[in-house]
Design a protein around this ligand. Structure first.
Ligand code: ZN
Ligand code: ZN
Length: 389
């Protein structure tokens, strides 16, 4: 796995897990996808095979804590695929930071070489409200998760979400100081961040240790919050999950995170959605899938079959005469809800059912059928092809 692969491929997206997924979550997502896309279960399906390869590759990297850390670090530095080095086909990733800062940008703008001042900020840094201003502070982003039924995910749902978050301490109005008069932290001069040289000619920023990233130090710490200026609170919120979400999707609800401090904007709320399986219906992007048994005579003679839909009346599909087992037909507009409110399709796969028991009349009819088709050898082509190769 080259660094170039690390920068260009989003393995989290491949496995459909959030960036901070636990090892167990990654393992679970990998197993589920590997089962669905396994070559044995998708014979002759080249796209499933490619996908299976992709899934395995993603698991090799982010399923291994050591490789995952290298991967995360590489992407934090080079910005999730936004930066590419080397021409097409360049398998390795040799670069020099001088080139990095001197390279033309997509907009044609050329950045001046500034090896010693260049600053790469880690994307994992919490975003701040107003730069070095110590008064306004953006509220924290909160992450939560919710499990929906299959139908709720398709139709959308309003769910109660219990969240604990950091609020400004009421005793000291969030200043952290008993008297409400904190002083500016001398270490970071109120920015809440310190630069850390990494020896590569650029620096990274870390939260300031002395003031824990707040930019302020309490002279007489507030007794209630021990000088942090924050208090834990939990609240229950009704959250609207839009229609059409899929398993492991992360939804961002702007401004629904922790409240900002001293007039700063609220943080965002991220909700990771888990979706339960349905006993009958499956999901493929915007489409729903269902497998419908048909009798041999229906498949051979053709006819109309009734097919259940999710949450709606059954639809009638016309089965052409001579329909093969495994053939997939489409019921338009009976799938999952898309972003624009329209719906995908219901993909109906027919499965020819073989009767386990026959009564006398049915047996007689089938024996007559066998006699009528005795001259046709269903395996003639197979043996012909086997001989030819
Ligand atoms: Zn500080
Ligand atoms: Zn306090």
């Amino acid at each position: 796995m080259s660094t170039k692969d690390f920068v260009e491929k989003d393995y989290y997206k491949v496995l459909g897990v959030p960036k901070d997924a636990t090892e167990a979550e990654i393992k679970k997502a990998y197993r589920k996808l590997a089962r669905e896309n396994h070559p044995d279960a998708n014979k002759g399906d080249a796209s499933a095979e490619a996908r299976f390869k992709e899934i395995s590759e993603a698991n090799d990297v982010i399923g291994d804590p050591k490789k995952r850390k290298e991967y995360d670090d590489a992407r934090a530095l080079f910005g999730n695929g936004g930066f590419r080095a080397g021409g097409p086909g360049g398998g390795s990733f040799n670069f020099d930071l001088g080139d990095l800062f001197g390279a033309p940008r997509a907009g044609g703008r050329r950045l001046r070489r500034r090896r010693h001042r260049g600053r790469l900020r880690r994307p994992v840094q919490p975003r701040r409200g107003a730069g070095t201003c110590t008064q306004r502070r953006r509220g924290q982003d909160i992450e939560s998760e919710v499990t929906l039924s299959f139908t709720e995910a398709i139709e959308g749902a309003t769910v109660p979400l219990r969240m604990s978050s950091q609020q400004p301490c009421t005793a000291c109005s969030g200043t952290g100081d008993k008297n409400g008069t904190p002083r500016v932290c001398p270490t970071c001069v109120g920015t809440g961040q310190v630069s850390r040289g990494s020896g590569g000619g650029f620096s990274l920023t870390d939260p300031c240790v002395d003031c824990k990233g707040r930019g302020l130090i309490a002279e007489t710490p507030c007794e209630v919050c021990k000088g942090s200026g924050r208090a834990k609170s939990s609240r229950t919120m009704q959250v609207r999950i839009p229609a059409g979400v899929s398993d492991n999707q992360k939804i961002r609800l702007r401004g629904k995170g922790a409240p900002g401090e001293r007039g700063g904007p609220n943080g965002d709320l991220y909700v990771v959605v888990h979706v339960d399986d349905h006993p009958v219906f499956g999901r493929r992007d915007d489409n729903l899938t269902v497998t419908v048994p048909v009798s041999f005579s229906e498949a051979a003679l053709g006819g109309e079959i009734k097919v259940p839909t999710l949450g709606g009346p059954a639809v009638t599909l016309k089965l052409p005469a001579g329909t093969l087992n495994g053939r997939t037909m489409r019921a338009r507009g009976k799938g999952a809800v898309r972003k624009d409110g329209t719906r995908g399709d219901l993909l109906v796969t027919v499965e020819v059912a073989v009767p386990k028991e026959l009564d006398d009349k049915a047996r007689e009819a089938l024996e007559t059928f066998r006699e009528a088709t005795a001259s046709e050898d269903p395996r003639a082509e197979l043996f012909q092809a086997a001989k030819g190769a």
